[in-house]
Design a protein around this ligand. Sequence first.
Ligand SMILES: NC(=O)c1ccc[n+]([C@@H]2O[C@H](COP(=O)([O-])OP(=O)(O)OC[C@H]3O[C@@H](n4cnc5c(N)ncnc54)[C@H](O)[C@@H]3O)[C@@H](O)[C@H]2O)c1
Length: 455
Amino acid sequence: MSSNSAYVAASATPAPALSVQEQILRRRPVQDAAPRFLQPVENGGVRLLILENISQQAVSAFRTLGFHVDHYTTAMSEKELVEKIPSYHAIGIRSKTKITSKVIAAAPKLLAIGCFCIGTNQVDLNAAAAAGIPVFNSPFSNSRSVAELVMGELVALSRQLFDRSYELRNGIWNKQSKGCWELRGKTLGIIGYGHIGSQLSVLAEAFGIRVLFYDVINIMPLGSARQVPTLTALLSEADFVTLHVPELPETTNLISTQQLKEMKKGSYLINNARGKVVDIPALVEALKSGHLAGAAIDVFPSEPGSNGAPFDDKLNPWASELRGLHNVILTPHIGGSTEEAQRMIGDEVAQALSSYLGYGSTLGAVNFPEVDLRAITAEQGTQIRICHVHRNKPGVLRQINEALSPYNVEKQYSDSKGEIAYLMADIAGVGKADVSKLQELIDATDANILTRFLA
Ligand SMILES: NC(=O)c1ccc[n+]([C@@H]2O[C@H](COP(=O)([O-])OP(=O)(O)OC[C@H]3O[C@@H](n4cnc5c(N)ncnc54)[C@H](O)[C@@H]3O)[C@@H](O)[C@H]2O)c1
């Protein structure tokens, strides 16, 4: 669990902003000489298809690295992609473009897929892995945005802000202090102390809030926060309960009738995690009975597919009942939707794609073994890098090392994930003719999926 390091990074004095290209070059492991950004040995440059209006900064960074980029503001249908994709080496998408097995089958040159978003379920990850294509995303770039939203919701709920604002917008002056509270001295219970939960912990303490958290793993608390051993312990002590767990079979209806009963009378529930984590009909009952004083819900079991689509009982049978309740904040899954988060997503995925295309690194890939090698430096002119994706079966390394045996292997590393394995090797003193020969030998091995030579 890297939540503590996420906090340290976020709270340290900000470093001067680096361009995406500088980040790509600087992220290579520390070494004395400058890393050499590698290009494919075979003829023809790298072509990228970038869809769905991905950040201009990322597009410029790709161009600076020498890639040809075709940039579209919209998504593409499967049919359009099947026509368009054959000439591209990488594609960047957000959540609307579906990369199906049919699209992958139509993409003989495709080397990498970048999802400039959090989720990757718009990509057939198994089909991509089987074709030797790693998929990259940016799972944690919006943690801060979610944590800040929760801070806003804490204030808004405890001051009944949305009800007062709604009344005044309808011409009703209703100044009152009954049931309105300061946050100072109250207890916040965080369920799931990962990237978001731990950021929130720090922000909440700055408000004078006492923080408790519950997590399935033991985590070093930040500041004066305290981990409690059970969910019940958290629910029975917290004035505000906020959820930051992933969607898993174990977290489905993590908060249901029993857990709501265990919460203090007059407490509040906030869910910015995933829609299925809270049993909403049970929450509606707890709000109607007055046991809970309010709730903020950003995520729902079924969410409309596009802006403007109705949020009604057809989508979720309890929708109109929930919409009619007092001191309930309902938002359309905006927890991570800020310009800062979008920019960070753009930088992170552009960096991951470039590192794979230019260095062979699969660090951060969701469907692939994560392999990286120290960079080849500018001085190591005769070294080339072999990036060999293959089926995970016995005997492959023997075959590859036999092919490499006439050369000096400077460094080599391989790893596997399920049926896919990936080997990176740097070899020295290799001429053009050797590359063609090596390519032929490795392509002929029975487990070969995709082999690239970078120089
Ligand atoms: N509303 C939004 O727009 C938005 C944006 C980003 C993330 N999210 C969601 O927020 C959630 C948390 O994101 P994160 O980046 O902090 O994740 P994370 O993986 O960093 O942290 C999740 C934490 O939950 C803990 N956990 C897992 N199962 C648990 C259980 N049964 N009980 C208690 N703790 C448990 C894990 O150990 C981990 O520490 C995810 O569901 C994510 O999809 C929502």
